[in-house]
Design a protein around this ligand. Structure first.
Ligand code: C2O
Ligand code: CU
Length: 579
């Protein structure tokens, strides 16, 4: 080195930098992780260097510049979320696939204004699986998802912990959020206008990384793959056409691994797969691809056109979602694909006491130009379905119209019991690779799918659960409905023995504010705290009042506390002083 002139050294440094900036591939971003009893998520506007030239205005969670941390939660634990909205717009944060009360679900009714802290909490009852969180604000889900807001949730449980599966995050257990974007001339994301700007992105992003590559050890590796797209489906596989093993659908492990060489993953769906690299040679490369050329008519993103409403440079092509460099085996590798996984016992048609039908319609019947369910566009103020708590129901989704859709139901897990012989070449039986618990299912053109679900968590009409197509332009266009889940006793206990009343103390308060109910059986359904200019500071669903409300971070001054009573859902307002 010491013989090199300064000039030569500079040239070398320049070449190294240039190689990094304009490399054929970029190292896959592995999102940081958060776990524990309290999780802080700050949603904010930011910038990301996604291409040469200008940075792209993005939005993300915590210190990321696109997407957010992976939350690692354990079945049986109670988790408290502090979601702080630092965007310039309102948002919501939905825990996709999570079993929780409707008031914690973060759907369109749970609007978090800018500057507000939302504090939902719940006991994790999902089995080990891969979920995700994302915004769900009416008319803004598309924009905020495109900007980059979202993240993975990994649930662990005691059964999964006993299995010989890869679970070293970022090493042999790799999350992959697949999406694509288009850019304008100054590198800003394009958002479809449903006219000339396409619904389909031109450039692939994997965990927000353009042209992603990663070192994958020479052993059995697990990938948790999320289709985080706006609209596109992925026909996943490996460039050498090797088999891989589906071990989990949206809501958890299958009973046994299902070998496949290709897998259709539609927007909002997840799969966990195992791939065996133990016979590969260190230094070799291969690709995980979307084999999206020559797909059946109606496959989302399968059109041949490169421009226009459904056009994309990725349409009708095979493209790489992850470039894989085979690297050295780790110290405790998994070397075999297990023969057995979970012991799920699934509900069958015989268990179902209620049947509902959802027909995909094209809006013509009601004078609209958008896909709908049952010719009914989403209406924020209209409850479409009423479900009794603990009911096992059979829902049929039938699509006679052009185009593929998905059907996602909040809160529940369902079992697909029937899929008609479809234009996508599926037989009229449910294949082993989609035999596990699901929360989102694709329904291809002309297809009928029947699912069975049990509705265990409550949701009232103030915070109902959603069902919708997870292709975001369809969802945002009105292909969504909402349902309540009510206990059997609804309407009986509405009269209280003591008139609803409470006192706030101490007032003024400096750290914690306590509430004493006149009737000890009273419960607060919701508390919001706003300043005197009407700006919402805290949103507390089912606040745990025995601990008091932490007001220590409020600036000194006067505030209004609005308390909604659980029984009557009536809201009363009291003033308090923060000192
Ligand atoms: Cu991924 Cu209604 O949600
Ligand atoms: Cu749709």
């Amino acid at each position: 080195m010491k013989h090199l002139s300064m000039k030569a050294l500079r040239t070398i440094v320049f070449i190294l930098i240039a190689k990094n900036c304009f490399a054929q591939y970029n190292t896959l971003v592995i999102p940081d992780t958060l776990s524990g009893a309290t999780i802080n998520l700050t949603v904010k506007d930011t910038f990301a260097q996604l291409r040469k030239g200008n940075q792209t205005i993005t939005a993300a969670v915590n210190n990321n510049t696109f997407w957010g941390p992976t939350l690692i939660l354990h079945n049986g634990d109670t988790v408290h979320m502090n979601v702080l909205n630092k965007l310039n717009d309102s948002t919501t944060m939905h825990w996709h696939g999570m079993h929780l009360p409707g008031v914690m679900d973060g759907g369109p009714h749970q609007i978090i204004p800018p500057g507000t802290l939302w504090q939902p909490y719940w006991k994790v009852t999902n089995s080990a699986t891969t979920l995700w969180y994302h915004p769900h604000l009416m008319d803004m889900t598309l924009q905020q998802l495109i900007a980059g807001v979202g993240g993975f949730i990994i649930i662990r449980d005691s059964l999964e912990a006993t299995l010989a599966l890869p679970r070293t995050y970022g090493v042999d257990d790799i999350p992959l959020a697949l999406t694509s974007r288009s850019y304008d001339g100054s590198n800003q994301f394009l958002i479809t206008d449903m006219n000339t700007v396409s619904q389909y992105g031109d450039y692939m992003l994997t965990n927000g990384t353009p042209k992603a590559q990663y070192n994958i050890p020479k052993q059995v590796v697990r990938f948790r793959v999320l289709n985080a797209e706006v609209m596109r489906g992925y026909n996943l596989g490996f460039s050498d056409n090797r088999s891989f093993y589906v071990i989990g659908n949206d809501q958890g492990l299958l009973n046994a691994p299902a070998p496949v060489t290709r897998f259709y993953l539609m927007p909002g769906e997840r799969i966990e797969i195992l791939a065996d690299f133990s016979k590969d040679v260190v230094g070799d490369t291969l690709d995980m691809n979307a084999f999206n050329s020559g797909l059946p008519s109606g496959f989302p993103g399968g059109d041949t056109n490169k421009h226009g409403l459904n056009g994309s440079l990725l349409n009708d092509t095979t493209f790489t979602v992850l470039h894989i460099n085979i690297s050295a085996t780790t110290t405790h590798p998994i070397t075999k694909i297990p023969a057995k996984l979970a012991n799920n016992v699934y509900w069958t048609a015989k268990d179902a006491t209620v049947k509902r039908n959802f027909f995909v319609t094209n809006g013509a019947g009601v004078g609209l130009k958008q896909y709908l369910f049952n010719d009914t566009a989403y209406n924020f103020n209209q409850i479409n379905e009423h479900v009794q708590q603990n009911a096992i129901e059979q829902w049929t989704i039938a699509d006679n119209y052009f185009n593929t859709h998905t059907f996602h139901i909040h809160d529940v897990q369902f079992k697909i019991i029937y899929r008609s012989q479809s234009s996508f070449g599926y037989a009229d039986t449910v294949q082993s690779y989609e035999s596990g618990w699901k929360d989102n299912v694709f329904v291809s053109k002309g297809d009928t799918v029947v699912v069975i679900a049990k509705f265990m968590d409550l949701a009232d009409s103030l915070h109902p659960f959603m069902f919708h197509c997870h292709m975001i332009n369809h969802e945002q266009g009105g292909m969504m409905g909402q349902f309540t889940v009510s206990p059997g006793t609804v309407g009986i206990n509405e009269v209280q023995s003591v008139p609803f009343n409470y006192t706030l103390f101490p007032n003024p308060a400096s750290n914690r504010l306590y509430i004493q109910f006149a009737d000890p059986n009273s419960r607060a359904y919701y508390i919001t705290i706003t300043d005197m200019l009407g700006r919402v500071k805290y949103m507390l669903p089912y606040p745990e009042l025995s601990k008091g409300i932490d007001v220590s971070t409020l600036a000194t001054g006067e505030y209004l506390l609005q308390l909604t009573d659980d029984k009557t859902k009536r809201t009363t307002t009291r003033k308090f002083i923060k000192q």
